[in-house]
Design a protein around this ligand. Structure first.
Ligand code: ZN
Ligand code: ZN
Length: 412
């Protein structure tokens, strides 16, 4: 593709707080990340609050915000994005749920919410319940990884304000889904459909040959589907409509893929990308370059730092940052002079918190015509005082499309 292009590299959960074991440095400060520092030296730096200062972001809401969509209106729960991410056809207004294949006994008591962590055969089990028609509602179900799946309901008069059928603990009875507000007719209708779907899934799955075989091997059968986290598929303007950029996504998790698919971006798979600490990050980098041949915007998410943060493992996080640093160096060498690189994180996942925190994250814009500032080092504290100062996530695409001259003027 001709003209200006951009790579938005989001290192999941890379930002952190000072870690005593690293001499009160953050993993970014402790890492040997010379290429990131070069990016900072040649670029314009600052801090970003993915959603707003102090707000603890999920990866999904944060990616929406960084791509320029207000998460408070665009995000209606994980269900619709999860379903889109595993390749289901999700249309505006559909009601989508995350689901587990679970194991229940004849009294609907949950024995295992994850059906013995079933790995194989869920595609056949899913096919057996997919496409069910309940009243005037079509029910689509597809398996995801391991015991997970997604349910999409399509029909008139449905609403997403319903409670979960999943009781969220073993030993409890499967819940009847109910409307959150007893006077909500759309919620009541949806709850009725969900309950019937759960009943029928049990009737079909408990007799399924896959489960008969599992029982013969003394393994738990995946004999019921338990939906949770209802969300209505939101109306969202596609990425291309909004920015006039043809976007691709090279991402490691179904959740982020779901966001990208929902925004109409093309998903490009990187060989060897595992979403773990062992991921082939160089392959991810090469895939980004490949995607740039026929797109002018590529979103890339590398997951590893977030995993190390959740594990509370500073050494693993430092190592992951250094491996990503090699990718940054390769991208800087390989892209042409018309390409921007934005390097940031979708949130902090501090070693001390072992979960996402509301801390700000460093960001750098690198590429043609950027007003290079005096910052020379890329980490949480060194970027303070850079030209970007401190921005919310929703400003990133404005700054980028301003640089790329694809933004329409506001006013005369
Ligand atoms: Zn994240
Ligand atoms: Zn995380």
């Amino acid at each position: 593709m001709e003209g200006l292009k951009a790579i938005l590299l989001i290192c999941d959960g890379m930002a952190d707080r000072p870690v005593p074991r690293l001499g009160a440095r953050t993993p970014l400060e402790a890492a040997n990340n010379i290429n990131m520092n070069t990016l900072a030296l040649q670029g314009e730096c600052g801090l970003m609050d993915p959603i707003a200062p102090g707000v603890r972001a999920g990866s999904d809401t944060s990616h929406l915000a960084i791509l320029g969509y207000d998460p408070y209106t665009a995000y209606t729960g994980r269900g619709p994005f999860e379903a889109a991410g595993i390749g289901m056809d999700v249309r505006k207004g559909d009601i989508a749920f995350r689901c587990n294949f679970s194991t229940v006994d004849g009294n609907m008591l949950v024995i295992d919410r994850r059906a013995g962590r079933i790995e194989q055969g869920t595609d056949q089990l899913a096919a057996a319940v997919n496409g069910m028609q309940i009243e005037d509602v079509a029910c689509y179900f597809k398996e995801s990884v391991a015991h997970r799946g997604a349910l999409v309901l399509r029909g008139p008069g449905l609403g997403a304000c319903v409670t979960d059928a999943d009781p969220h603990e073993a030993g409890a009875k499967v819940h009847e889904a109910k409307p959150i507000d007893p006077n909500d007719q759309a919620g009541a209708k949806t709850a009725g459909i969900v309950n019937e779907f759960v009943r029928r899934s049990y009737a079909i799955l408990k007799e399924h040959p896959i489960n008969k075989a599992r029982e013969a091997e003394r393994r738990l059968p995946a004999n019921i589907i338990l939906p949770r986290g209802a969300g209505v598929a939101p109306h969202i303007e596609s990425f291309e409509e909004r920015y006039r950029l043809k976007g691709a996504a090279v991402v490691e998790t179904g959740l982020i893929a779901g966001i990208a698919v929902y925004l109409g971006m093309d998903i490009v798979e990187a060989p060897g990308a595992t979403g773990g600490l062992d991921s082939d990050v160089m392959s991810i980098g090469r895939t980004v370059l490949k995607a740039l041949e026929d797109h002018n915007f590529v979103l890339c998410n590398i997951k590893g730092c977030d995993i190390a943060g959740h594990d509370g493992d500073p050494d693993a996080k430092v190592k992951m940052i250094e491996r990503i640093d090699d990718v940054v160096g390769m991208l800087m060498r390989e892209v042409d002079r018309c390409t921007y690189i934005i390097l940031t994180a979708d949130h902090a996942t501090p070693i001390s918190v072992k979960d996402h925190s509301g801390d700000s994250v460093p960001i750098v814009f690198w590429g043609p015509d950027v007003r290079v500032d005096s910052i020379q080092v890329y980490d949480e504290r060194s970027v303070v005082g850079g030209g970007i100062v401190r921005i919310p996530g929703t400003a990133v695409m404005n700054i980028l499309t301003n640089l790329m001259s694809t933004q329409e003027k506001f006013g005369a």
